[in-house]
Ligand binder design. Structure first.
Ligand SMILES: [Zn+2]
Length: 323
């Protein structure tokens, strides 16, 4: 954009400079607005509030009611005071996609927490909702972005289902390298064409996938926490030292799933991904477990992630220097 403006200004006579500049400013603004709309930042209206069309998607009592009926251990009080905001992003069936940002005074890390990627893993949204409540009271060292329900069509379906409304497993739809070959091979050979694990027609084909991709690119997290169930373990993608455990969940690397958030985040975006696999998809973790998992996550972020990330950056910097 800057180059375009520069070239334009170079080629216009002096008297047309102001018009050229104005055109550039307008075009910049239009493109910025367009991009902001894509990443859900276009929600800001003239007066700093939500644009009317997005404000209409507020997480009101009716939506919270639908969520609380489906999501275990989610009260109306927790839902309505969560601060979740509509983003302009929508699911296949037009359900709004919500997020909330919670920021420490001087954050040292940026973290995206995402739940409800698989619609039948109900407790993943429970945990994200309870963690965002804990973070609201004490965000510790981070600037958090919570997206508790990425796949509302799957979770609110009767019965709840893993895939989105197009029958796509969103956690196989992220644009990892050689996506077409690897996800096809995985789906056909490893899952025997299991419809619950269909990666979709092409990488990033689904609006829910596109939404999270835009969130990752816009927010630039240092860590992504992706919540699932019911394998009862902790998985980690990335080059840094993983957490050994979160509460009762112990590190057990599941392997590589082409098209998954973990695979995409660590390999394509170079951000570590902690995948939480809760013990149960329907029975919510207790308040004590929720707190223990949070405490272990914060402890690892403070004691390992910060220092490892710093070393990693120094190493990258020295390599750049040498090259
Ligand atoms: Zn899952």
């Amino acid at each position: 954009m800057l180059m375009f403006c520069f070239r334009t200004l170079q080629n216009v006579p002096f008297l047309r400079l102001s018009a050229g500049l104005l055109a550039c400013v307008c075009l910049s603004a239009a493109l910025t607005k367009s991009f902001a709309g894509q990443i859900g930042m276009g929600a800001e209206g003239r007066h700093g509030g939500l644009a009317p069309d997005i404000a209409a998607q507020r997480l009101d009592d009716a939506i919270c009611k639908a969520w609380t009926v489906r999501v275990p251990d989610l009260s109306m009080g927790l839902c309505t005071t969560s601060g979740l905001q509509p983003t302009g992003g929508r699911s296949v069936q037009g359900e709004p996609l919500y997020r909330v940002d919670i920021r420490a005074g001087s954050p040292q890390l940026r973290v995206i927490v995402v739940g409800g990627i698989h619609g039948d893993e109900l407790t993943s949204t429970t945990l994200a909702m309870h963690w965002l409540q804990i973070a609201t009271d004490d965000p510790s060292i981070a600037y958090w972005r919570f997206i508790p329900l990425l796949n509302p069509d799957g979770m609110l379906a009767s019965p709840a289902k893993r895939m989105n409304a197009n029958g796509v497993d969103l956690n196989r739809n992220f644009p990892t390298k050689n996506w077409a070959v690897e996800t096809k091979h995985y789906w056909e050979k490893r899952t025997g064409r299991d419809p619950r694990r269909w990666p979709g027609k092409f990488a990033g084909s689904e609006p829910e996938t596109q939404f999270l991709l835009n969130e990752i690119h816009a927010f630039q997290p240092d860590l992504i926490v992706s919540i699932h169930a019911p394998y009862g373990i902790l998985d980690f993608d990335g080059a840094l030292t993983p957490p050994k455990k979160l509460g009762r969940l112990h590190l057990d690397r599941l392997g590589i799933y082409p098209g998954s958030v973990g695979n995409y985040g660590s390999l394509e975006h170079h951000v570590p991904v902690v995948t939480v696999e809760l013990l149960h998809a329907i029975d919510a973790p207790t308040a004590t477990e929720t707190q223990q998992m949070w405490g272990d996550l914060i402890g690892w972020m403070k004691n390992r992630l910060l220092s490892d990330r710093y070393s990693d950056l120094v190493e990258q910097g020295s390599h750049k220097h040498l090259n």
